[in-house]
Design a binder for this molecule. Structure first.
Ligand code: SER
Length: 324
């Protein structure tokens, strides 16, 4: 059977990069990107989809004979706190719509991203195991924890092959995150390359799990490629990349930019970060489908700085233009 992929939330930080990787893997004409707004300059099939509208998702699935859906649309942890009930509504409604359309149209595989935000005070902070207690304190985390259970429900009840990863903070040069607690770890590199001081909204020792974009995309594709019988966890898999604090990434940046300056001005996002794990036990992902990260803080920093230097040299200083 030919694989036809629909990406919902294709303009986002992960979606914009994942869409390109899926095009390379399955062929450009077999990938349909979708989001609330068109993407300027996008090459390939693009559909406007508001994922709160189930009929619209269904229309696109039927028109293109879609066989796989990657549902990446969500309101993230920090932004979500501005309007908790709306965040819950949007994050859950879009997931239910994707699960229902997938069930009704016999979609072969569905990908649903979860997050380290599912953990809270009840989980160990270090090497947090896959099956740790989930008591999230953000509405985003609550929606992801609920979403994981619904994913498992659709698998157990209807046999829908939904797969999921709990992403750490994702760091990439290709796109900008929006509304997350881990966003500082992307922004800090832009400021370094632009020669500006960085004002950090987390405390200097706020260690969080992070992952380089290339590793995050590879994890997603490897999970989606794995034989069905190897997927023993139908809620969501922990995956680890590396862990670092703002002070540690600043020190690494100083090996390339010795005059780089950082100041700390923690806001409400520090409270969110304080309840999240500092490091992740990803042994289940490694055992079930061979997960292994490749990038450490040094290689992430070298790559981010080299790529952002190239981008800023050729492009405008406006960060928005860095979106793919
Ligand atoms: N990066 C996300 C956030 O900070 C976590 O999934 O909200």
């Amino acid at each position: 059977m030919e694989t036809i992929v629909l990406v919902i939330g294709a303009n986002g930080q992960l979606g914009s990069v994942l869409t390109e990787s899926l095009k390379q893997k399955f062929g450009s004409s077999n990938v349909i990107a979708s989001d609330l707004r068109p993407r300027e300059g996008y090459e390939g099939s693009f559909e406007i989809i508001d994922a709160t509208d189930i009929n619209r998702i269904e229309e696109v699935v039927v028109r293109y004979n879609v066989t796989q859906i990657y549902h990446l649309a969500a309101i993230l942890s920090a932004k979500g706190e501005e309007t908790p009930l709306r965040t819950w509504d949007i994050n859950m409604k879009t997931l239910f719509n994707v699960l229902e359309v997938s069930r009704q149209h016999n979609i072969d595989r569905v990908f649903f991203p979860s997050s380290i935000a599912v953990f809270g005070e009840g989980a160990p902070l270090e090497h947090t195991p896959n099956n740790a207690c989930l008591d999230p304190a953000t509405v985003y985390g609550i929606s992801k924890a609920a979403g994981e259970n619904w994913a498992q429900y659709y698998f157990l009840r209807y046999g829908l092959d939904v797969r999921s990863i709990r992403y750490p903070g994702v760091i990439g040069y290709q796109s900008l995150p929006g509304g997350g607690t881990t966003d500082y770890a992307v922004d800090i590199y832009h400021k370094a390359v632009l020669g500006e001081e960085f004002s950090c909204f987390l405390e200097e020792d706020a260690t969080l799990p992070m992952i380089f974009m290339q590793d995050a995309i590879r994890a997603t594709l490897e999970l989606m490629d794995a034989p069905k019988e190897d997927i023993n966890i139908r809620t969501s898999y922990n995956i680890a990349g590396i862990s670092f604090s703002p002070a540690e990434v600043a020190a690494e940046i100083r090996t390339l930019y010795p005059n780089f300056k950082i100041k700390y001005d923690p806001d409400f996002r520090q409270e969110i970060a304080a309840r999240w794990p500092k490091s992740i036990d990803d042994s289940a992902a490694s055992k079930d489908w061979g997960w292994k990260p490749e990038f450490d803080l040094e290689s992430i920093t070298n790559t981010m700085i080299q790529k952002l230097k190239e981008k800023y040299k050729t492009g405008s200083k406006n960060q928005a233009t860095l979106m793919l």
